[in-house]
Design a protein around this ligand. Structure first.
Ligand code: SAH
Ligand code: SF4
Length: 419
């Protein structure tokens, strides 16, 4: 949205107190995220009372629902409400709202000519949304109801976006989709994810390609084999498992077992033991016993994870879990405790993985002098270097999620492929 608005008469301002328009891009995945938006809306109401600013409040993203939109306008003084697939209409909607509030939460994706991804991560990496929505039905998840069914972006548009980013000097693209492993399945004549990655490698010269978020139930051995041949797709995957207990995975309707997850982990690392694997966990899902939780802790060791996020389970209205399982719910304090245990275990396991990197020379994409990321997406620190160039860093020290070393070589990529 910042990118889209920067080409019209709008300017980004430095403080919320001075802003004539405040845009809130919202997340609804957990209740805490939604609560934060309501508290910010309360603060904006106070500001407006005092100074008359902001004149307009815009609420976008997953918090927006059919029922909630009217309430945002009537109770919270919001002028524009845009659903997740409509944010590229931001400039238009701001103009339309001069006369009356605008509510547009249609699930029809507003695609070209506007939908060029905004830059991200210090002008080195950029996100490219390749699909919207999700057609799964994980029991705890609000995404399908807030974002609608999966819809893949047309191939030509993705390639054009990447080429544009390339000419702007970006070295890395991160393809985005809620369940990116599902890419193309919604359109029979569209390439699947692995085809897309191969096409990007052959048609663009972008140096690094990543993709998130993958889903274990939609990855097969053929995918992994073809992936291993792609040199510019980075050796890292974010592959959320959610739980190490098959009983809980079944209740969550995830469609795979912990054994299958471990098989995938082995297959990704087969031939490249430095392939890094990150995951997500939900702690304290309804009915999760201490034994289920132990299975999760064991899985962290077995999978030798490089990193993970863990979230205390949050009941979301309208999900299958919120409708059915309430009598089995785990106290919030216990969910948080289990969450911490998961994160502590991940920290320990990841440290062991990183120790193996001591003495290795790793290629780093430098984001700013002194900091960059390895091919495995690990933060690396060193002395010197120039932004947006590649360097080789000899690793001297490590922590669980970062490495530190000496910049050996700092050679500019001349043609974006060969160094
Ligand atoms: N599509 C991805 C995840 C998208 S949501 C997948 O299927 O794996 C990002 C993460 O938020 C999830 O991996 C999950 O760990 C967490 N999450 C989703 N719903 C949640 C809920 N109701 N409570 C707590 N965490 C949740
Ligand atoms: Fe939610 Fe991910 Fe499941 Fe889709 S696949 S319903 S986004 S958790």
């Amino acid at each position: 949205m910042a990118e889209l608005l920067s080409s019209s008469e709008f300017r980004i301002c430095n403080s919320i107190e001075d802003a004539e328009i405040v845009i809130l891009e919202t997340c609804a995945i957990r209740k805490k995220a939604e609560d934060k938006v309501y508290s910010l809306l309360g603060r904006l109401k106070q500001l407006r009372k005092k100074s008359g600013l902001p004149k307009k409040i815009v609420v976008c993203g997953c918090m927006v629902t059919e029922d909630g939109a009217k309430n945002l306008v009537e109770e919270h003084g919001v002028s524009v409400v845009l659903g997740p697939r409509r944010i590229s209409r931001i400039a238009e909607a701001l103009h339309e709202s001069e006369t009356e509030p605008v509510i547009d939460i249609s699930f029809v994706w507003a695609l070209p000519p506007y939908d060029i991804s905004a830059p991200y991560i210090s002008g080195v990496s950029a996100y490219v949304t390749v699909m919207q929505g999700c057609s799964n039905s994980c029991s705890y998840c609000v995404v399908p109801s807030r974002r609608g069914a999966a819809q893949s972006k047309p191939l030509r548009q993705i390639i054009d976006e990447i080429k544009l980013l390339e000419t702007k000097g970006y070295k890395e693209v991160i393809l985005l989709g809620q369940n990116i492993s599902y890419f193309g399945i919604d359109k029979p004549d569209t390439p699947r994810l692995i085809d897309l990655l191969e096409i990007i490698e052959s048609e663009s010269r972008i140096s690094r390609i990543r993709f998130v978020t993958s889903h274990p139930a939609f990855i097969d051995d053929k995918f992994i084999e073809r992936l291993s041949k792609l040199r510019r797709v980075m050796p890292n995957i974010h592959l959320p498992i959610q739980s190490g207990s098959n009983r809980i995975l079944k209740a969550m309707r995830r469609g795979y077992s912990s054994e299958r997850f471990l098989e995938l982990v082995r297959a990704f690392r087969n031939g490249n033991e430095n392939f890094t694997i990150n995951t997500d966990f939900i702690a304290g899902y309804d009915g999760e016993t201490p034994a289920d939780h132990c299975e999760t802790l064991e899985l962290i060791e077995k999978a030798e994870l490089d990193g993970a996020y863990a979230f205390p389970y949050s009941e979301r209205n309208g999900t299958r879990a919120a409708l059915t399982n309430n009598e089995n719910s785990i106290p919030i304090i216990e969910r948080k405790k289990r969450c911490k245990e998961i994160l502590d275990k991940v920290k320990k396991v990841a440290l062991e993985r990183r120790k193996r990197d001591i003495g290795r020379s790793v290629e780093v994409l430098i984001e700013a002098p002194g900091v960059g990321r390895s091919e495995g997406n690990i933060n690396v620190e060193f002395e010197g270097g120039r932004s947006n160039e590649f360097g080789i860093v000899k690793i001297k020290e490590v922590s669980s999620f970062a490495m530190c070393g000496e910049l050996e070589d700092n050679c500019l990529q001349e043609d974006g492929i060969e160094k």
